[in-house]
Design a protein around this ligand. Structure first.
Ligand code: FCB
Length: 463
């Protein structure tokens, strides 16, 4: 590889991401576990839900026009399982598939490559009633969904993510109860559900490759990113350890009610074919029953690792192991309170790719703000531009040092339903007025279009 690249290289995917429940609305689909969750009192800010969202189900043509105007060459979106399997039977409904068929054609016509996420959380309610991820069969149901979708789109869609953030739909959904299905189960049940999700991932990889041998497949996990307090090797080692250690001594996991944020619980099985030893010891009797061949099913070769990076924590070497450095007062945070740590886009890809050698695609990165259109009708989200500038500079630094970077998807394409946070915080490059459904490209979308035109060259110039 070129030792001093002048830009992100080619081909490089530039675009933004969405998920079906967050944008489509409920027209034309069956009930999903998220519809039911939103009806549970007190679970979602303001009692909001995804029934209307961005009405993307009927406005997709206009939206593809906006994406084209925004200059993207790629768009990451998810398949609504409750649209393809509306009554919860794993047999696909052709009308659901027709919708994605048309959307894919429109994207290709606009010069935008579709990158599809098979599972981004909207399980059909009926499947949840049959046990959801607690039922081992759910892995087969997911693989059937993948076969149906990839079969219909074969030859037109070549890039796939199996699933989005098992840390969230299992950890937040079944352990902390703050995401659908909104239950707080014992650790043993949660880990069993997680094991089934990992099986679903592995079986989906096989199904996608069986549908078309040219398909390129990755997944999109999240996890803690530790940033070394200094470049002293002891601090770097402490940060690396904090990203993967699951022993219970990890300062990033010790007090966390969801111990599953550590990257290794999920990514070790996927890339290395086994659960991390320290976690097996820590979880003891709660560790799920692992059948013969399960780990082979889960460990499938992947074409890319889709990293989801928003924030991080600073870690230093203490006398008794890694320590978290507290944030100074007034440290910059997003409107959701997530600290702004651009360095996570250097150290995250670095630590992840060292342990799991695989090209990196940033599957999500972005910032929540609460901006509004100004009197002239534009949306001046200068904080988002600054955020992107800082984060992309760090990602470029990683690539310049030899990192294998293949794409960057901004979260999100447009403002949408932010799960338990409802509609109050905005992540989009495209502003959505939820009263009128009017779309407006924000200033950040115009700035990002320039970055794409030059393939990120500005981040590689030495000052
Ligand atoms: C991620 C989710 C995505 C979005 C962003 C802000 O955890 O994958 O759907 O909500 O956070």
């Amino acid at each position: 590889m070129n030792p001093s690249p002048k830009n992100f290289g080619a081909p490089f995917a530039w675009g933004a991401a969405t998920s079906p429940y967050q944008i489509e609305g409920k027209e034309g689909r069956g009930p999903s576990v998220w519809d039911a969750f939103c009806e549970m009192p007190g679970k979602v800010f303001g009692g909001h839900n995804g029934a209307v969202a961005c009405e993307h189900f009927s406005r997709w043509r206009e939206d593809v026009g906006c994406f084209r105007a925004a200059g993207w060459n790629a768009y990451r979106f998810g398949i609504s399982w409750s649209r393809v399997c509306p009554d919860g039977s794993p047999m696909p409904d052709q009308r659901g598939l027709d919708y994605y068929d048309r959307l894919v054609d429109a994207l290709l016509e606009a010069g935008i490559e579709p990158w599809i996420t098979v599972y981004h959380w909207d399980m059909p309610l009926e499947m949840h009633r049959r046990g959801g991820w607690l039922n081992r069969d759910c892995a087969d149901w997911m693989a059937e969904l993948a076969s149906a979708v990839a079969g219909r789109l074969a030859g037109r869609v070549r890039k796939w993510f199996t699933m989005n953030e098992p840390q969230c739909f299992i950890g937040l959904g079944y352990y902390r109860g703050v995401h659908a299905p909104g239950v707080s189960l014992d650790l043993g049940s949660v880990l069993a559900a997680g094991h089934h999700a990992l099986l679903g991932h592995g079986m989906t990889v096989s199904a996608l490759r069986a549908a078309d041998a040219q398909n390129q497949v990755g997944w999109a996990p999240s996890g803690v990113i530790a940033i070394p307090a200094t470049t002293d090797p002891a601090d770097v080692e402490a940060a690396r350890e904090a990203c993967f250690n699951m022993s219970g001594d990890n300062p990033l996991g010790r007090n966390e009610p969801n111990p599953l944020w550590a990257n290794s619980w999920w990514s070790d099985p996927v890339f290395l074919g086994h659960y991390p030893e320290d976690a097996l010891q820590r979880f003891g009797a709660a560790v799920p029953a692992i059948r013969t061949h399960d780990m082979e099913t889960i460990r499938q070769p992947l074409d890319f690792n889709g990293a989801i990076i928003y924030t991080g924590s600073v870690v230093r070497a203490g006398h008794h192991g890694p320590e978290v450095v507290p944030l100074p007062d007034g440290f910059p945070v997003s409107s959701l309170g997530w600290p702004v740590f651009p360095e996570s886009m250097y150290w995250g890809p670095k630590f992840l790719s060292e342990r799991y050698p695989c090209p990196i695609v940033i599957a999500e990165n972005g910032v929540a703000l609460r901006e509004w259109p100004d009197v002239q009708g534009g949306v001046a989200d200068s904080a988002r531009i600054d955020f992107l500038h800082r984060y992309l500079s760090e990602f470029a630094k990683w690539r310049a040092g030899g990192g294998d970077a293949r794409g960057y998807f901004h979260w999100s394409a447009m403002d949408n339903f932010e799960w338990s946070e409802g509609y109050k915080d905005r992540f989009g490059l495209i502003h959505v007025d939820f009263q009128t459904q009017k779309r407006t490209l924000k200033q950040s979308a115009h700035w990002f279009a320039e970055v794409i035109r030059e393939n990120g060259a500005r981040f590689f110039r030495t000052p």
